[in-house]
Design a protein around this ligand. Structure first.
Ligand code: G3P
Ligand code: CA
Length: 271
């Protein structure tokens, strides 16, 4: 028999500020994170890279070119060197209609600085990026999560979710500490083809995660419902248009990553 549709409780849907409110301000800067907070985002999404001297910094790319005035690999520079870079001017050049003087000279924040600024009662959705390039990244992150009081007595009481495309990185986190909620990221290369997910895959993810996140374009209602039947969270990325947000909510997603948390907030308020 066909099982009953699993509906979304709109009041529980997670509004995840992707790289901060990065549709409005330069991604992964304190200003972009603050804007995400002001726009009622529930979680601040942080991508992590590691410097030559082992500091965790908030940057999406392994390289510096796209979002700073530096060049080369993050791992080849010390934190002091990274701190000299301008992480905001690129945004003004790329989006002149959204440019602001205050973005000039913004710096790359360390993980510690982000948590110190927004506090342990806030919520963070942290991605271990390129963990194979940064041995020891998981241990370092876990140590910091504990230091900042972001790990609770169980998964529900923890204020940080750790996400990764790397199952190895997540399994390592799972081995190190069972109280950190984990999300497996997935990427479907051919977005013109409908994505499917099997019970076997979902059972495998369920062993170490609370849910999955994937590019939203190739998924459909069947996909979303399948994930929910396994009692897993489903947080598609990166959803920027209101029509897509509405559609995904109707299908039953439990949260989404967006560069425009203000838009998702409006949809959630209307629902
Ligand atoms: O973490 C969810 C989503 O952000 C994954 O893609 O490349 O934006 O980190 P990316
Ligand atoms: Ca990410």
């Amino acid at each position: 028999a066909k099982s009953a549709e699993i509906k979304t409780d709109v009041s529980e849907v997670l509004n995840i500020s992707h790289r901060g409110a990065s549709g409005h301000a330069p991604e992964h800067t304190i200003l972009a994170y603050q804007l995400g907070e002001d726009m009622q985002g529930d979680y601040i999404e942080i991508d992590l890279q590691m410097t030559k001297d082992g500091e965790l910094v908030a940057l999406h790319d392994e390289t510096l070119e796209r979002t700073t005035n530096g060049t080369g690999l993050v791992k080849d520079y010390t934190l002091a060197e990274i701190k000299k870079l301008d992480a905001g001017s690129w945004f003004n050049e790329k989006y002149p209609d959204k440019a602001k003087k205050e973005y000039v000279g913004l710096t790359v924040p360390t993980f510690d600085e982000v948590i110190e600024k927004f506090g342990k009662d806030n919520k963070y959705y942290i991605e271990t990026k390129s963990p194979e390039v940064y041995p020891g990244m998981e241990e370092k992150l876990l140590e910091k999560l504990h230091k900042h009081g972001l790990v609770g007595k169980d998964k529900e009481a923890s204020n940080a979710i750790v996400q990764s495309f790397s199952p190895e990185s997540l399994k390592k986190m799972h081995e190190l500490d069972k109280n950190v909620p984990l999300v497996q990221l997935l990427w479907y290369e051919d977005e013109s083809k409908l994505a499917t997910i099997t019970d076997e895959e979902l059972k495998k993810y369920k062993e170490y995660t609370i849910g999955v996140g994937m590019n939203f374009a190739p998924i459909d209602k069947t996909y979303v419902q399948k994930v929910r039947e396994h009692d897993l969270e489903i947080h598609p990325y990166t959803v920027n248009e209101k029509e897509d947000m509405k559609k995904l909510l109707e299908w039953g997603v439990t949260g989404m990553f967006t560069n425009f948390p203000d838009r998702l907030e409006e949809i959630l308020e209307e629902s």
